[in-house]
Design a protein around this ligand. Structure first.
Ligand code: IVH
Length: 674
């Protein structure tokens, strides 16, 4: 055997362990993945040539052993406890008060605050620095021996760095990062296999595999947060120092933990994590507060199965189960007939949810939602609640599939769903009160005619009472008519009339947007106004030669067809006439000559902007005539770079192209907007 091979094998193992440490513990990889793979390949090749040099703690031996028939049982020498839960600020304050009383401490206590990772608790024993055994929590006293599986988790060092104690039992959470979870489910879907409901189930399912090769493929991670049996080492005095020591041994700890003071500090941390939650790479279901001083932890001890020195402060559950009472159809401004599930009210994500939109008929069919079904509702952060799935096991035998209504539930006109389109529409147009109501609401909205005080309830009253049938009727309303309405005093009536009067002086862009033409959003309306300068020119083009519309930067045949159809309808032309007669007016612009301020300029967007979506940025730029291109070249005038910008940013720098951040973009947009 060549002495060179032995030395090289040792060097490679040390180097690989070093890169695992940089990657999993310091979160600061030094080398690209491909280089890491190369080191691993070299080690594998050397070990294959010298099998006598293979040791169990070699990184090539993470997957070792054949699938087993069952898991062995492990008795925890120190039981694995659970945590008491708190759901409110008051409970946290009470926990802190009790701790101070018990410790007879007058001033604020220090806590170590950590994310409550949504995975499964695992304990691992290192004897003389080598990973010997790992087990699940089980019932807290006895768990399952999952050593071969835990060995495949690269975040778990097979050997501790530096001088390790005789026995070190570390405890932590094994979890699946969200990216890996999504990938796993995507792959399962592609193979038409069952997907995992959430990352916690995926982590548990992956760890409790009889074949460690399956676990190895699952990209599990781990963060340590506590100790079990320890021999040959006395832990330092603080939770934070204890974790630092684990980190120095090469064990990963969560980087998002923090030291805080008093209940106030705990609550501040809770809110901060609540806000950061959606950006974290892993799923959490709350935070955990632990007394920072280990001596205090010892003095407080345990009650039944939970420590008195720690508390889990949970976020409101993001998913809950409830029952579908009914499925109703709502008619929107453009006649879209949208299914809405009426639910038995359920508290989820911090609010009570009693309705969720099902978006369209295809979605109803895809999810196969039926009246009476038990369903899972999800509301994460401020995201609109959604119906995740039906629980088919709980479906009543007689539950019938939902059918698309043939007639509009409001005006009874025919409902049509064109082949290949997801949306079904009421064909009643303005004769449908629902569409009427929605179009008037849109007409009055802030970005349209901006009639202050004309909200949803008031519009409903006006339409239902027959006072307003078309937006033009708003301009004929009288004080006497308004007084007759519910909750409408003399003063608010006068205010509303004043707001209506004020709205008459507007811009062409606002008016076009207010008309509620399909496909004409705010940015398109602005582009049309700038291009044509006046309404008559636009109407003329739309009616006689829609191709002219396609001359407007970024507008295509779809918008052209919608404008053609809209202005071809006599009812719409009459509406415009009536608005003009009522005194609605706008300043004419020089057609096109007032070429759009950013015409001829090319922008490229990269990365995420903190305060606007890519779509919004794109729309705003195109409305000002800019071209938004996909890749950076010499022709690019500006690069708008958000967070996590990569190669485009680099290329722009190389080419000396000006780079804007969101603030820069906003000020540029602001300078050209009117
Ligand atoms: S400490 C004696 N810290 O929550 C203290 N647990 O509800 C024992 N968990 O079984 C646990 N993140 O699976 C602790 N930062 C964290 C945690 C955490 C998640 C889990 C763990 C435990 C359960 C208790």
């Amino acid at each position: 055997m060549s002495p060179g091979a032995r030395a090289r094998i040792a060097a490679l193992r040390t180097e690989i362990a070093h890169h695992d440490y940089r990657y999993y513990v310091l979160d600061d990889p030094e080398i690209p993945d491909a280089e890491y793979d190369r080191l691993m390949q070299e080690l594998k090749a050397l070990e294959a040539a010298h099998p006598e040099l293979v040791t169990p703690d070699s990184p090539t031996q993470r997957i070792a052993g054949a699938p087993s028939a069952a898991f062995g049982e492990v008795v925890h020498e120190v039981p694995m406890l659970s945590l008491d839960n708190a759901f409110s600020d008051e409970e946290v304050a009470a926990f802190d008060r009790r701790a101070r009383e018990r410790l007879e401490q007058a001033g604020p206590l220090e806590y170590w605050a950590e994310p409550k990772l949504d995975g499964l608790a695992v304990t691992a024993i290192y004897r003389n620095g080598r990973l010997e055994r790992a087990a699940t929590r089980g019932d807290g006293f006895k768990g399952e021996d999952v050593t071969p599986n835990v060995r495949t988790i690269r975040a778990f060092p097979l050997r501790l760095r530096g001088k390790a104690p005789q026995v070190l039992e570390v405890r932590g959470e094994v979890f699946m990062p969200l990216k890996s979870f999504e990938r796993l489910n995507r792959e399962a879907e592609a193979r038409s296999e069952k997907t995992f409901v959430n990352p916690r189930n995926a982590a548990a399912g992956s760890l409790r595999q009889l074949d460690p090769r399956v676990t190895a493929a699952r990209q599990l991670r781990m963060y340590c947060y506590g100790l079990g049996t320890v021999r040959g080492w006395s832990p330092p005095g603080r939770q934070s120092e204890m974790l630092e020591a684990l980190k120095a041994w090469g064990l990963p700890v969560c980087p998002d933990s923090a030291r805080v003071r008093g209940a106030e500090g705990c609550l501040r941390y809770f809110r901060e994590m609540g806000e950061r939650r959606a950006q974290l790479a892993y799923q959490i279901d709350g935070v955990v507060y632990k007394l920072e001083r280990l001596a205090d932890q010892e003095r407080l001890g345990f009650v039944s199965r939970a420590p008195r020195w720690a508390l889990a402060h949970k976020f409101p559950a993001e998913e809950a189960m409830t029952r579908v009472r009914a499925i109703e159809w709502q008619v929107g401004r453009t006649g879209a007939v949208t299914p809405v599930a009426r639910l038995e009210p359920v508290f989820v994500g911090g609010v009570t949810v009693s309705n969720v939109t099902l978006h369209n008929f295809d979605e109803v069919q895809r999810k196969d939602v039926r009246v009476g079904d038990t369903v899972v509702i999800r509301r994460a952060g401020d995201v609109i609640p959604e119906l995740v799935r039906v629980i088919p096991e709980r479906r009543a035998a007689h539950a019938a599939p939902v059918e698309l209504p043939k007639r509009c539930p409001v005006c009874h006109s025919q409902v049509l769903k064109p082949e290949g389109e997801a949306v079904a529409r009421c064909t009643g147009g303005f004769s449908c009160p629902a569409q009427r109501q929605e179009s008037i609401r849109h007409f009055a909205s802030r970005l349209a005619m901006d009639i202050e005080g004309l909200g949803e309830k008031l519009v409903a009253q006006l339409v239902e009472g027959g006072l307003v049938r078309s937006p033009a009727d708003l301009y004929g309303l009288t004080a006497a008519q308004l007084e007759g309405l519910e909750r409408m005093g003399e003063k608010s009536g006068a205010n509303l009339l004043e707001a209506i009067e004020r709205s008459k002086r507007t811009t062409l862009a606002r008016l076009l947007y207010a008309l509620g033409i399909r496909e004409v959003g705010e940015a398109t309306a602005l582009a049309l106004a700038r291009h044509f300068g006046d309404l008559d020119a636009l109407i003329e083009a739309a009616r006689s030669d829609p191709a002219q519309i396609e001359q407007v930067p970024d507008l295509g045949p779809v918008v052209a067809a919608e404008l053609h159809a809209f202005f071809a309808a006599p009812a719409h032309r009459e509406l415009i006439e009536r608005l003009r007669e009522a005194g609605v007016s706008w300043e004419k612009l020089e057609p096109r000559a007032a070429a759009l301020p950013l015409a001829g300029r090319t922008f490229v967007l990269t990365g995420t902007l903190p305060g606007m979506t890519r779509h919004e940025a794109q729309e705003a730029l195109s409305a000002l005539g800019a071209k938004v291109a996909g890749s950076v070249s010499k022709k690019t005038n500006y690069l708008v770079a958000g967070e996590a910008s990569g190669s485009k940013l680099q290329k722009a720098r190389e080419l000396g192209i000006p780079i804007l951040d969101e603030a820069g973009l906003r000020s540029l947009l602001g300078a050209h907007r009117r």
